[in-house]
Write a protein that binds this ligand. Structure first.
Ligand code: R5P
Length: 295
């Protein structure tokens, strides 16, 4: 059993391989001047664990499909894709006539290329389970709630209130708050554009003078958290921080989040970046073991 990883994900892939006590091999990748990718894999065992987080998805998805095919050509009989962040899960229906249902398209593409898939906190809302998205293969959707609770516990200030910015964040904020016994508020959000959201938070008066931690599954542009932080500070919150499973925000968006009054932003290492503060390697390794033990 060997973990095959793309260079940009080396640190997380090696942590995952250590948790699983497996070998590691880098995948070589070349980008031609016209933008095409060439991928080359090392010799594969019978079971190949293909490690690739799928932020910046358009290029990464193609390269991942190429790597999977190359691993089969190298003799892999079972390929499990370990994608700590699984993109294209949000568009689970056509919100407007004529839109592609991206989740269905990408789910079927991946299910046709690998035999199993493990991910963390996929953005599934109207679809009941990851199995529906990935027909015919074994899959696990893990929750990072325990990892985030553990992270927060380390220096949790007394009286801290956890806030989920929108209805979709409710399961995450409640799961993170439960072991901490911390109070929770949940906002309502209406999105008008990529970076244009309208927000309100029921019961926001409770934050006056209190430390607040915003909890979400994913930070993308940061617009949701910036708007939340503005409301919380206006309501007198003593301090505002944020934790999330996945942080996709780039440098300028992270700077805007800081400027928006969020003193500290922490995420798991599902997407490599400066906010990484906790590893999901053990979670991923446990799920892979489970899949392998089942068959
Ligand atoms: C929405 O449903 C999610 O839970 C996040 O709140 C959202 O994806 C964050 O996006 P952004 O950072 O661009 O506001």
């Amino acid at each position: 059993m060997r973990v095959h990883f793309f260079p940009e994900g080396e640190a997380a892939a090696r942590a995952f391989a250590r948790a699983l006590n497996a070998d590691c091999a880098p995948i070589q990748h070349h980008r031609f001047p016209d933008g095409e990718s060439l991928v080359r894999v090392e010799a594969a065992g019978e079971i190949a664990l293909l490690f690739r987080t799928l932020d910046h998805p358009d290029a990464k998805l193609v390269e991942t499909l190429l790597a999977s095919s190359a691993l089969r050509d190298r003799g892999a009989r079972r390929i499990i894709l370990v994608a700590p962040y699984l993109s294209y899960m949000r568009q689970d229906k056509a919100f407007h006539a004529g839109e592609a249902v991206s989740q269905r398209v990408i789910g079927r593409l991946l299910a046709g290329a690998v035999d199993g898939l493990v991910t963390v906190d996929p953005h599934l809302h109207r679809v009941g389970s990851l199995a529906e998205v990935l027909p015919g293969i074994k899959s696990r959707a893990l929750s990072a709630a325990s990892v985030l609770s553990h992270l927060i516990t380390a220096d949790l200030a007394p009286g801290t209130i956890l806030v989920g910015p929108d209805a979709e964040s409710r399961p995450w904020v409640e799961a993170v708050a439960a072991p901490l016994n911390a109070p929770v508020l949940v906002g309502r959000k209406e999105r008008h554009g990529d970076r244009d959201v309208e927000l309100s938070i029921d019961g926001i008066a409770a934050v006056e003078g209190k430390p607040v931690i915003l909890v979400d599954d994913v930070i993308s542009s940061g617009a949701t958290l910036i708007k939340s932080a503005a409301l919380l500070r206006a309501a007198g919150a003593g301090s505002v921080e944020a934790v999330a499973t996945h942080c996709l925000a780039g440098c300028s968006d992270l700077a805007a989040l800081k400027a928006g009054g969020i003193a500290r932003i922490r995420s798991t290492d599902t997407v490599p970046g400066p906010t990484n503060a906790a590893s999901v390697a053990d979670l991923l390794a446990g799920a892979v073991r489970e899949i392998l033990n089942q068959s």
